[in-house]
Write a protein that binds this ligand. Structure first.
Ligand code: SF4
Ligand code: SF4
Ligand code: F3S
Length: 415
């Protein structure tokens, strides 16, 4: 093991390989408040990569209903239970640190063990803790869809007395869209004895070399997100490839410019924005994740430094969300509930172009509305958000307030 820095847990941790960050990291931000579980992303991915024999149970992209849904079934509950080891490894965070706003530990300090550290402490003969899901657990990609959690389960007579108001609904569920996180410290890559898995230097995309893989399935066991999938027909394992030809700009539609993946660009709910994490504060992904901290990683305590980030849902119980997205979750929800001028403008850029946005600009507009949110004054400006391509070309320009057009009288429809 070597010591590597994991900024999401605010400290160094054990990992089998040296720290080696790509020039820019493939990343995405998902706004869970907007997902409608239409599964368009799932089918876009399926119809692009996963229609051959043996891929029937492969869903590189899936959308599950939390808290009960999961693909494979109960993947997160099982991994959390394994990691916590009956409470012997308390998955706690300390947010009291002086360096809380320091870039090295923006969410505070994770005090528990990661999946890599737990394997070492427990003297397991493997790089990370994990389990292999049973065939049955892979069988139903959308089990428990729309099943709500409630304080008043199984008591139909009391339903009429229930009501819900923000911040937390009594009956709740939310949709969690998932794909491989193209982790900075992938569990799958650490696990493979054949070294068949690699992370690309140029964009951080994690791939399985199909010729090297011998189907050992250690990667299936040690990816905590269960995003490597074994194909019995070919006897090798496959995973999300981040539509890398599009990322490389090989699709003719964007004339050589890097293009978003299929699942991202198909999103009907406009919940997704994909690009790269880099050091440019005017990169919308970098701004949302690193500067504004409104988008958070999924289960950062696993220790793989996942690179799909989520704006958490406003109505779900905070303890549940804290476990899922870490200790910054309340602050992130507060920021989303009363968005700053910059956040509101950047949110407009979601799903407006298939070409990857490298930089945003905001042109200030007039104030159009004022109200109070959570007891605080909130002002609404009709600013203009602009998205720029890698070469600085303007890709998209739109105002915060959607323009309305009135049809002239002669064009009015009549029935
Ligand atoms: Fe590997 Fe799993 Fe991370 Fe994807 S999510 S890079 S499959 S550990
Ligand atoms: Fe959710 Fe978008 Fe996928 Fe539809 S396409 S399920 S809105 S992430
Ligand atoms: Fe390695 Fe996973 Fe294949 S462990 S050999 S990439 S099945």
């Amino acid at each position: 093991m070597t010591l590597v820095h994991n900024w999401q847990i605010g400290r160094k941790m054990d990992y089998p390989y040296f720290e080696s960050r790509p020039e820019r990291q493939f990343a995405a931000v998902f706004n869970t408040n907007r997902c409608i579980a239409c599964q368009t992303c799932t089918m876009a991915d399926k119809s692009t990569w996963l229609y051959s024999r043996g891929q029937e149970y492969m869903w590189w992209n899936n959308v599950e209903t939390k808290p009960y849904g999961g693909y494979p079934q109960h993947w997160d509950v099982k991994t959390l239970a394994l990691l916590s080891n009956n409470g012997e490894n308390p998955l706690t965070w300390s947010t009291e640190k002086d360096d809380k706003d320091n870039k090295k530990s923006p969410y505070g300090l994770y005090e528990g063990e990661t999946i890599f550290e737990a394997a070492k402490t427990r003297n397991l003969n493997q790089w990370a803790i994990g389990y292999i899901p049973t065939d049955k657990e892979w069988r139903f990609p959308n089990i428990d869809e729309d099943a709500a959690a409630s304080e008043k389960m199984n008591n139909e007579l009391q339903v009429a007395q229930e009501y819900s108001t923000l911040p937390v609904h009594k009956r709740w569920f939310f949709y969690l869209a998932r794909l491989c996180n193209h982790c900075t410290y992938p569990g799958c890559l650490a696990a493979c004895p054949r070294r068949a898995i690699y992370k690309r230097k140029e964009d951080g995309i994690v791939l399985i070399d199909q010729k090297r893989c011998r189907g050992y399935r250690k990667c299936v066991e040690q990816c905590p997100y269960k995003k490597t999938m074994y194909r019995a027909q070919t006897r090798v394992t496959e995973k999300c490839v981040a539509c890398y030809p599009r990322i490389e700009g090989k699709d003719p539609i964007t004339s050589g410019r890097p293009m978003e993946t299929r699942c991202m660009s198909a999103c009907v709910g406009k919940i997704r924005m994909q690009g790269f994490l880099d050091d440019n504060p005017k990169n919308p992904i970098t701004w949302l994740v690193k500067h504004h901290k409104v988008a958070l990683p999924l289960y950062p305590q696993f220790g793989t430094e996942p690179n799909v980030y989520y704006i958490p849902p406003r109505w779900a119980p905070r303890a549940y969300l804290r476990q899922m997205f870490g200790p910054e979750v309340e602050a992130a929800i507060e920021k989303y509930t009363a968005p700053s001028r910059e956040l509101l403008a950047i949110l407009q850029l979601f799903r407006t172009t298939q070409t990857i946005i490298y930089e945003y600009r905001i042109e200030q507009g007039p104030k159009v509305y004022e109200t109070t949110i959570n007891g605080k004054k909130w002002e609404y400006y009709n600013d203009t958000a602009i998205g720029l391509a890698k070469d600085g070309t303007e890709l998209v320009r739109l105002t915060v307030e959607e323009p309305t057009y009135e049809s002239p009288k002669e064009r009015l429809n009549s029935i």
